[in-house]
Design a protein. Structure first.
Lengths: 337, 263
């Protein structure tokens, strides 16, 4: 008797075009996928959905995929979960990939559970580790839960594809090889697939032009110790010097000092930048939950017993109002060099 | 109009244990609470009820019998009534099987126009049940909603908080809506609300009551399997300095950042 897992082959990623721009998380996914495809000895493909995709498809090949499935349509200028769901479920039924991964962005975390549910397969959210199990060839998906207090490894033994979203910023971006060749397969679907119960009315772009904290290489976060909303200006200054984004503790957001989009922690966003700087943040467990997977953590706090020092690679016990201006002054000199 | 709010009981964030056999969390004998991110969904439903006429609000949860408490919490905030899906056979469900079970209950309880959920639960932190449920019910979903601008007879206009900005969308009813913290400030239940919650009867629905397919519920119906669980060390052996001369302290920090190739 044939098994439900028979006939599925290849590793796929879901590329993400956001407001007309191919988002770098798409390249991070290639880094994730390459390792898996190599271990399984299968090709790496990606799905690219959107409008005007010819250049983006080439770029994806140069960054390391073998095949790009392109769905290019006027009505795909923004992420519409209704339409994406119809396209992806049809495509997967036709092509049968064995593994399908997406980034744990707001798009990935919306479309992947819709898709997994519709095609009746397993999905693991916000993974920080993916591997192939030697004996079985199954995808091992490792993810933190309960604020990083627990790590769980999960697999999907009897359903296909095996699906996961992965935490943004947890892999390096592959450099392009401009001579690299691959296959671009344009998929056409009947017009009724592009109808939807959801319609975008408007997109109000964040005028500040800041990188979202989940996607920044460097995050400078402020907490209650800043004492006043206007003192976030210092952190913005520092963040700008380092090409980073500004985050905040729940306390600072609740105080109305900075909008919710900047909140790091259990009731905000989870970030994993190369450098996380906690300024005047005591380090409640709920905050640590949102930043403990950062590569390097630096903290500044006047309380030597502050929790945040427990999870820091470098800490300065001192008055942030003295320390931060000196940091700005010295880093300004460094970056100018 | 009928509104459902899905709520979950979660362990109070700092004390958590895992069942080594199933790899799922042990929810018994743990201090627990209403998932903090569900409070925003509850509040939004109550606000709609206060703003418009003829709205019925129903809280639905799935969990062990004592998860009734979180439905009572929702009622104390102003939700009309609630149901608890509780059955030993639901145990060990992953997000797929949970969404399937919830979808069967929602079909049974009938004709909801809006189904609110929180962005995610603070224990599993997947945020998958809302979208998964929408797919099971073949309903649209609007995720990361930070504001409801208009509720019309047949549609809703909502603002979504996504990377790089705010998106305004219109969605046809019925729909699933998952909300983020920015949407409102949940109320603290008043005395009357608490009394109402205390008196409220919370019916328990089992698998038989909601006509589930036994092969699609609980651990058996879950496509994913937890194969290993471990507790990572969260602490780092960092260098903590208490400089007398701040200038020198910052120099040391900059040296450290250079060693790490950050600047």
């Amino acid at each position: 008797m044939p098994k439900a897992t028979d006939g599925y082959n290849g590793v796929w990623t879901l590329s993400e075009k956001r407001e007309g721009v191919l988002n770098p998380v798409s390249f991070e996914l290639i880094s994730w996928g390459e390792v898996l495809a190599k271990k399984k000895g299968v090709p790496l493909s990606t799905v690219l959905i959107g409008k005007n995709l010819a250049e983006d498809a080439k770029e994806l090949i140069q960054r390391g995929v073998d095949t790009v499935y392109v769905i290019d349509n006027e009505r795909l200028s923004y992420f519409n979960p209704d339409i994406y769901l119809k396209i992806l479920s049809s495509l997967i039924e036709e092509e049968k990939p064995e593994i399908f991964i997406a980034s744990a962005t707001t798009m990935g975390r919306t479309i992947m559970p819709l898709l997994a549910s519709k095609i009746e397969t397993g999905l693991t959210a916000d993974c920080t580790g993916l591997d192939i199990e030697k004996e079985s060839g199954l995808l091992l998906q490792t993810r933190p839960a309960i604020g990083g207090n627990v790590m769980a490894t999960i697999k999907t033994p009897n359903h296909r594809p095996q699906m996961a979203t992965v935490r943004p910023k947890s892999k390096k971006i592959p450099k392009p090889d401009r001579g690299r060749k691959g296959e671009i397969i344009e998929k056409k679907y009947p017009e009724e697939l592009f109808t939807s119960r959801i319609k975008r009315i408007n997109f109000e772009k964040d005028e500040t032009g800041e990188v979202p904290i989940q996607e920044a290489d460097i995050v400078i976060s402020g907490g209650k110790g800043l004492k006043d909303g206007k003192n976030f200006d210092m952190l913005y200054h520092l963040a700008k010097l380092l090409n980073g984004a500004v985050g905040a503790s729940r306390a600072a957001v609740d105080m109305g000092w900075i909008p919710y989009a900047h909140q790091v922690g259990l009731s905000g966003k989870t970030v994993s930048p190369r450098l996380y700087v906690a300024v005047g943040i005591s380090g409640a467990i709920q905050h640590i939950a949102g930043m403990s997977s950062s590569e390097v953590v630096v903290s500044i706090n006047k309380d030597p017993d502050a929790n945040i020092f427990q999870v820091s690679d470098f800490g300065i016990v001192g008055d942030l109002f003295e320390v931060v201006p000196i940091m700005i002054k010295k880093i300004e000199k460094e970056v100018k060099r | 109009m009928k509104i459902a709010v899905l709520v979950k009981q979660v362990p109070a964030t700092d004390k958590v244990k895992i069942n080594k056999e199933t790899g799922t969390m042990i929810r018994e004998n743990l201090e627990s609470e209403l998932n903090p991110l569900d409070m925003y969904a509850v509040e939004e439903a109550v606000r709609l009820k206060e703003k418009y006429e003829n709205i019925e609000t129903v809280a639905i949860s799935m969990g062990p019998p004592f998860a009734k408490d979180v439905i009572k919490d929702a009622i104390s905030m102003g939700i009309d009534k609630g149901y608890l899906l509780s059955d030993r056979k639901f145990g060990g469900a992953d997000t797929w099987a949970t969404a399937y079970t919830l979808s069967k209950a929602i079909k049974k309880l009938g004709n909801f126009d809006i189904i609110f959920t929180g962005e995610r639960a603070t224990d599993g932190e997947t945020g998958q049940v809302g979208p998964s449920l929408a797919a099971q019910l073949n309903l649209p979903i609007i995720t990361y909603v930070s504001k409801l601008l208009e509720v019309k007879e047949r549609s809703i206009i909502a603002e979504r908080l996504i990377e790089g900005g705010k998106e305004l969308v219109e969605v046809q009813l019925p729909t699933v809506i998952s909300v983020v913290k920015e949407i409102n400030e949940p109320r603290i239940p008043n005395f009357a609300g608490k009394m109402r919650a205390k008196k409220a009867e919370i019916p328990i629905l089992t698998g038989n009551d909601i006509d589930v397919d036994p092969s699609k519920i609980g651990l058996l119906g879950s496509p994913t399997r937890v194969v290993n669980v471990y507790y990572p060390k969260m602490t780092r052996k960092g260098k903590i300095i208490k400089p007398k001369d701040i200038e020198k302290g910052v120099d040391e920090l900059i040296q450290f950042l250079k060693e790490k190739n950050i600047i």
